[in-house]
Write a protein that binds this ligand. Sequence first.
Ligand SMILES: Nc1ncnc2c1ncn2[C@@H]1O[C@H](COP(=O)(O)OP(=O)(O)OP(=O)(O)O)[C@@H](O)[C@H]1O
Length: 344
Amino acid sequence: MDKKKRMTFIVNPISGTHNKEAILRLIDELLDHNKFDYEVRKTEYAGHASEIAARAAEEGVDTVVAIGGDGTINEIGRSLIHTSSCLGIIPCGSGNGLARHLHIPMDPKGAIHVLNDDLRKTIDYGIIDGHPFFCTCGVGFDAFVSLKFADSGRRGLLTYLENTLHESLNYRPETYEIENSAGTVHYKAFLIACANASQYGNNAYIAPHASLTDGMMDITVLEPFTVLDVPTLAFQLFNRMLDQNSRIKTMKDKCIIIHRTKEGVFHFDGDPQMGGKDLKVEIVHQGLNVIAPVRPKRIAPPPLNVLQHFTDFIERRPITATIADKHKQLLMLNQQILRRLSKK
Ligand SMILES: Nc1ncnc2c1ncn2[C@@H]1O[C@H](COP(=O)(O)OP(=O)(O)OP(=O)(O)O)[C@@H](O)[C@H]1O
């Protein structure tokens, strides 16, 4: 009989809102014990997942499974790049950008079945200023929000949306120079996102056409906008249409250097970091093995969850109308957002 494969589960107890003990019971119940021997490790501090994963890779563990969100995946992934060990994911974060891009089910049972199927592929990863990332990194407003989010003490989507809406009114766009393979371009921008995966998480598609396996990074520049643009931008963000907005500029490249007017924060996979004026961002082709389904078992329904939160926040029902009605609805949303934000 074939030797069993070794699996290490790394649980981040503080990520997202899932009950991790219930997930551990499901693993015991549903994981194919004829195929896998496993151990469970819990993180005790930020950075611990990297140490556990590095040790597991050295010991030749076949699969290291993140039970957490994109921050936990980042810590584990960076210890597994260019090793023969493979990353598995039971999504437990508040955004789960990489898992969603890979079509890993959000429910733990489905994710455990994906682990049992053990289908592997090799994906690209990015590096910003020496920090590996797997989903997105960037400067400007989203880096600023990631800093606020990290400081806020509460985690969750509503906190994020609240922070985002409030802060966006006060945030001042900065000027950037981007050095790419074609030359140098200048932008006044609200944010610059460099994407390996297509979304930030929560089906917010900042780079709708990004691929994890093309050896390229999708760069999205959001130029200054007014509060009147927010509903359209939000709608397009959650409906994979952001690149159609006139405030958005996109490019693909393997390596860019972002020149800022001053040092400041950037983020990688949602974690904030201080950096210098100049930031090199590059993509490394095929550096991380992951377990993922070949293709989604079903096409995901429109991301009403997030729209629900967004529209709850502004006291509106989600947008479910036909295209013809959407412009009218967006105009009404504009008015309600303005009214709601002016009360803050
Ligand atoms: N035991 C721990 N105590 C404190 N912080 C931890 C611990 N274990 C991990 N962390 C940190 O928690 C951070 C957040 O985790 P993670 O990103 O997985 O969850 P999330 O923010 O809820 O999900 P997502 O990134 O998908 O939104 C990680 O950056 C990690 O460094």
